[in-house]
Design a protein around this ligand. Structure first.
Ligand code: KIV
Length: 271
């Protein structure tokens, strides 16, 4: 059982100190009260209210359509459940790129209206003015490099990034720029493990990997993927910890049978 004796409330300081002590950082996504209650109890260090809510909660094909209001709603639900974990919220597409003042306003809305503890943004040098503006208001920022799903139309697909030297060098430069700007951590998505290792060793701030190998300072997965709710999604990096789709399907099918057969409710289940 994971113990949370040293840090009751996880903060950017405790996250940094985990890197320094070599303790791996555990992060998963959540978008609602019930799921966040379970994850907080399980000892997650960081709960990410990811814009993957667009996919797994709303059924969109990409993360692009989700709005700031949607993200604030999901963040509020998660924050109400969490006692210990650091709650991090994705700034959605179109709310921080290209305009540092708008980025700051978006991040302030998330912090004020949800009570979350920090925000995550996708991109490097090209969004650095936005990152600096948000950090200048005392808001912790996690960067996100490698496969950045908000740029899917530019990237052209969800394949592994930074395999070639040029893109790997750019990623390393961006990582240094984000650290220099004051990011408290950096998420690395779907890059070679060797590059994940290099970045993690070079940076003082922690790296959190998803498909970025075992040398990252922490790991993150989308909760629906790791619980086996997102059937058919089986990338190599995904370890599935449960078969929730089958479990839920079986329960719902049995319920239908019971209702049809009039065996639910029985005598003890009625007033
Ligand atoms: O939105 C999300 O869930 C993410 C993943 C990379 C964890 O950013």
């Amino acid at each position: 059982m994971p113990q949370k004796k040293e840090f009751k409330k996880i903060t950017t300081h405790s996250i940094q100190s985990m890197k320094e002590k070599g303790e791996k950082i555990a992060m998963l996504t959540a978008y609602d009260f019930s799921m966040a209650t379970v994850l907080d109890q399980a000892g997650l260090d960081i709960i990410l209210v990811g814009d993957s809510a667009a996919n797994v909660m709303a059924g969109f094909e990409t993360t692009l359509p989700i709005t700031l209001d949607h993200m604030i709603y999901h963040a509020q639900c998660v924050v109400r459940a969490v006692k210990s974990a650091f709650v991090l919220v994705d700034l959605p597409f179109g709310t921080y790129q290209g305009d540092a003042n708008e980025a700051l306003r978006s991040a302030i809305r998330i912090m004020k209206e949800s009570g979350a503890h920090g925000v995550k943004v996708e991109g490097g040098e090209e969004i650095i003015a936005s990152v600096e503006a948000i950090i200048s208001a005392g808001i912790p920022v996690m960067g996100h490099l490698g496969l950045t799903p908000q740029s899917i139309n530019k990237l052209g697909g969800y394949k592994i990034r930074a395999k070639e030297e040029q893109e790997a060098n750019k990623l390393m430069e961006d990582a240094m720029i984000l650290q220099q700007a004051g990011c408290f951590a950096l998420l690395l998505e779907k890059i070679p493990a060797t590059l994940g290792k290099k970045v993690s060793e070079k940076l003082q701030i922690p790296t959190i990997g998803i498909g970025a190998g075992k040398y990252c300072d922490g790991q993150v997965l989308v909760i629906h993927d790791m619980l086996g709710l997102n059937i058919g999604f089986k990338p190599r990096f995904l370890r599935q910890y449960a078969e929730m789709y089958q479990t839920m399907l079986g329960a719902a099918q049995t319920y239908v049978l019971d209702v049809k057969a009039n065996t639910f409710p029985n005598e003890s289940e009625q007033y």
